[in-house]
Design a protein around this ligand. Sequence first.
Ligand SMILES: C[S@@+](CC[C@H](N)C(=O)[O-])C[C@H]1O[C@@H](n2cnc3c(N)ncnc32)[C@H](O)[C@@H]1O
Length: 388
Amino acid sequence: MCGPDGATVKGYGEDICQGPCHDERNGSFSDDIEEVALAGHENATVKEDDADLDEAIRGRHEQLRNELHFLHQRDLRVSPCEDEVGIGVGRPGASYILRLRARRLLFEQTESWDESASALLKTASEGPTTVLNKALLEKINTICPFASATAILDTGCGVAQVLGSLLGTYGVSLPVETRLVAADLSPGMISVVDARREAEVSAGNSIWNRVETAIWDAQNLAAVGVPDETFSHITAGLVLFMVERPQDVLLETHRVLCDGGLFGMTSFRSVQWMDLVGEALNAIKPGSDLPPIPAAWASTQSIARQLEDAGFRDVTAEEVKTYYEFEDPEPMTRFNVANIPSVKMVTAEFSADEVEKAIQWMLQWLAERFSSGKGKLEGIAIVATARK
Ligand SMILES: C[S@@+](CC[C@H](N)C(=O)[O-])C[C@H]1O[C@@H](n2cnc3c(N)ncnc32)[C@H](O)[C@@H]1O
């Protein structure tokens, strides 16, 4: 048996978890994942002489062990086993490999953010999310002015795109005692925010001296001792659709928000520049799909429902158009391929030559539509706010 509810893992027989089980409720870890993997292998219809597949499984298995070690060190919980099975139900051997890939997604995205942190600094001052963050902050400020803020948390802050924009526009109206916290799960992102604080202060933006940084998992702020009702304002820019347990983020956000406090978040409904990358990857290697934005975070109605389910009131959610404008398509294309974690996850299976072919495919597509080189791609974002 395996999984938080003691449910049997589907598709691998009754006794799939033969070792001590991972119990998500108390967040403890054990070697049961290894047992799951081995049991999956045994139950698979993989022939003993299927050497390639066997080797692939062993290779993945080793990665999985390292990943679990990584997650364990950060006090993260792995998702229930049931989440990982049933993907690509073909022959059991194949679905086993896909199951490990699902685990890799979680891990690589976290690690990838670390790797791309410095490069992403430029998204704080240029690119499609600057417009989006402005819209988010205007909306929050209208409903619950920053001039009344006692403590502000930017959760999943990245390089502090949202908080930086907030300080730039509303910094002067913030009370001197307002606490400012930028928190992210990625230590790489937090080091970039620390370096940014120094640079901003040196450039004369002394308000940055007040920015505290923290490596926090937005899904479990209790684990790092954040008390109930700590913040008057919480922002989460482009975070909810990419975490493993978004509902936990909402519940934790609700818990640490003061009564009457305001939460503001952004998401995407559709993103033309990501569709372009997806098409190019598929053209070069069919079946190389980028993970889509989960439906729950891709519509105003669904986001509103999630916020209400987590106990928020006065929920608003609206679409905002945003554009990825470029003078020259090549740097934009290369930047996206090199730094967007979901893209890197897919291209990890590509050779350097295939990656280059995908880049050339995109450049050709862009050249056909924007003959002068200069152009813009559209994104439909969602800005939502909710009060505790
Ligand atoms: C798309 S970036 C958004 C960055 C920034 N908030 C913005 O609006 O541009 C997503 C960020 O969420 C962070 N993240 C992912 N999972 C997280 C979690 N469980 N807790 C906190 N941050 C997380 C990533 O490290 C990354 O910095």
